[in-house]
Design a protein around this ligand. Structure first.
Ligand SMILES: Cc1cc2nc3c(=O)[nH]c(=O)nc-3n(C[C@H](O)[C@H](O)[C@H](O)COP(=O)(O)OP(=O)(O)OC[C@H]3O[C@@H](n4cnc5c(N)ncnc54)[C@H](O)[C@@H]3O)c2cc1C
Length: 502
């Protein structure tokens, strides 16, 4: 056959990372450093890197974790402020990508549509759409690493609000913030009580006529210092690398201690948070009505407010909180179950995300669709019955990236083990078919509960538990062996013609 009529060769990579957010950039750096001979690419559906930190553009958008733990272990956080705005986080991520030579590996406008595993060929075939041209392409990879985050990018979550169409002004979702929205001098209603709402309220209150946060249920809100004087002192005295490492250790211990205290002594934790809140709020403020949730601390994520900015806005009168239920939107605002009417020029629905696993892409294994609830997460990073596949889902009780860093290390060790023994395929399989399973994310938040039956499961024992403990994971992911009786390694059938013929 002449070369002119040969079908175009399909590109093949050792590893395909999908998503160029904090997880995908981190994974690429671990892979490039740990296994420099591996060919890899990072496919990113959007025109830019950064994921969450590029997508969200609402006023004040920031982390609520400190960047010494939310940032990478290998890339010191150099800013004076350890709670950082989205532009600073983005600059950090992009600088990390550049400094580590990752830019040439990232392919923008490449949206993964589906992935099909063939055991015979020991590879994934991945369908891709160019989001800039609409062109469809295919490539194959030996390993698929999913760093697509945990929510839908095309649409945030908004519950149905009665009479929504009657409201005369703009109704905005934080995930889709209009660039030209001018809230200066306007009355703003922010619906919600989560991290986004408590970020937006003080940020908008700086120029708005007034901002009212309307919540159905209060959330635990704790002030955190924007600057960490000890972190800055350590950096000055010990240099960036050692300062970062020490602050990171301190903050990991601190996050863990606070979480453990809240879980062990919920009543005391609730009292302490209430006391902190009441000290920051005006004299006589109804703290219990607006800041005393019906659940225990850390049943859902605590919301952090840097330097108590939300409380300051309430104290200076530029913001207020109303705890009630919205009955209906009206022409002028909202009408509440209590009978109260709130007028507004702009309504912001800070009502959350649509959680989605692995970008919602359909996957098949040897032609059989992967139905996620039928699969159990192995060490919180792979799926039972799905070969050569791993994913980056971080902690929900401390900084996301702490876990992602550890699982990337484990992933590199796993690939090295396969290379050393000539294995092509690695597939977790549950040995005990009677093993009890429970939700992958055991977290009470509404956005998780809405989709829990669409997500994979976790088991009741190792290696099928999804650990939320950094120290436990350091042992499991960094120190313990990558082999396990429930992780099966094989060679590709196609690579063993004598076996294929049997
Ligand atoms: C406003 C906000 C603030 C947060 N603050 C914190 C915090 O302070 N601390 C904390 O621990 N966590 C925080 N989180 C959670 C946060 O999302 C994660 O910690 C982290 O940013 C997730 O990074 P990621 O790279 O895993 O996913 P993402 O940032 O979501 O990135 C995923 C990337 O994958 C790409 N992608 C998705 N599907 C496809 C596809 N089919 N093909 C190609 N590319 C695809 C997306 O375009 C995106 O670039 C916050 C979340 C939000 C929304």
């Amino acid at each position: 056959m002449s070369s002119a009529s040969a079908p175009p060769a399909v590109e093949h990579l050792d590893v395909l990372i999908v998503g160029a957010g904090i997880s995908g950039i981190g994974a690429a750096r671990y892979l490039k450093t740990g296994l420099p001979s591996k060919s890899f690419a990072v496919l990113e559906a959007r025109a830019a890197s950064g994921g969450t930190w590029d997508l969200f553009r609402y006023p004040g958008v920031r982390s609520d974790s400190d960047l010494h733990t939310f940032g990478y272990e290998f890339a010191p956080w150099r800013d004076q402020e350890s709670i950082a705005s989205a532009p600073r986080i983005l600059a950090y991520l992009r600088r990390t990508a550049t400094e580590n030579g990752l830019d040439p590996h990232i392919r923008y406008h490449h949206k993964v549509l589906s992935a099909a595993w063939s055991t015979e060929r020991a590879r994934w075939t991945v369908e891709i759409e160019r989001t800039d041209t609409g062109e469809r392409t295919t490539l194959t990879c030996a390993w698929l690493f999913c760093a697509m985050g945990y929510y839908r990018y095309d649409e945030g979550f908004t519950p149905r609000f009665e009479g929504r169409e009657r409201f005369g002004g703009p109704i905005v979702h934080p995930q889709d913030w209009p660039e030209d929205l001018d809230h200066a001098g306007k009355r703003v209603l922010v619906i919600g009580s989560g991290a986004t709402a408590v970020t937006l309220v003080p940020a908008m209150a700086r120029t708005a006529a007034h901002v009212t946060m309307v919540q159905r249920t209060p959330t635990y809100i704790v002030p955190v210092p924007k600057r960490d004087p000890l972190a800055n002192a350590l950096r000055t005295c010990l240099g960036e690398e050692r300062g970062h490492a020490l602050t990171r250790r301190k903050n990991i211990a601190q996050q863990r201690a606070i979480w453990a205290f809240c879980r062990r002594c919920p009543k005391a934790a609730r009292r302490i948070i209430r006391w902190i809140n009441s000290r920051q709020l005006p004299e006589g403020y109804p703290v219990d009505e607006h800041f005393n949730p019906p659940y225990d601390p850390w049943d859902q994520r605590l919301c952090a407010v840097p330097d108590g900015d939300l409380f300051k806005a309430i104290k200076n009168g530029s913001a207020s909180v109303v705890t009630d239920r919205i009955d209906t939107f009206t022409e002028k605002g909202v009408s509440l179950r209590s009978g109260r009417e709130l007028e507004a020029d702009i309504i912001v629905t800070a009502t959350g995300l649509n959680v989605q696993a692995f970008g919602g892409i359909p996957m098949t294994v040897d032609g059989t669709p992967v139905h996620l609830p039928d699969h159990v997460a192995y060490k919180g990073m792979m799926l039972s019955g799905v070969p050569n596949f791993s994913f980056a889902i971080g902690y929900t009780n401390s900084s996301w990236t702490l876990k992602v860093g550890l699982l990337c290390e484990h992933f590199c060790r796993l690939l090295a083990h396969m290379d050393a023994h000539g294995y092509d395929v690695c597939r977790p399989e549950v040995a005990d078919p009677a093993m009890e399973t429970r939700p992958f994310l055991d977290f009470g938040a509404g956005y998780i509960r809405r989709v829990v039956d669409q997500l994979p499961r976790q088991g009741d024992r190792m290696p099928w538990l999804t650990s939320m403990s950094y120290h436990g994971d350091v042992k499991l992911m960094r120190a313990d062996s990558v082999t396990d009786p429930e992780l099966h390694f094989t060679r590709a059938v196609a690579a063993r013609p004598e076996e294929a013929a049997r």
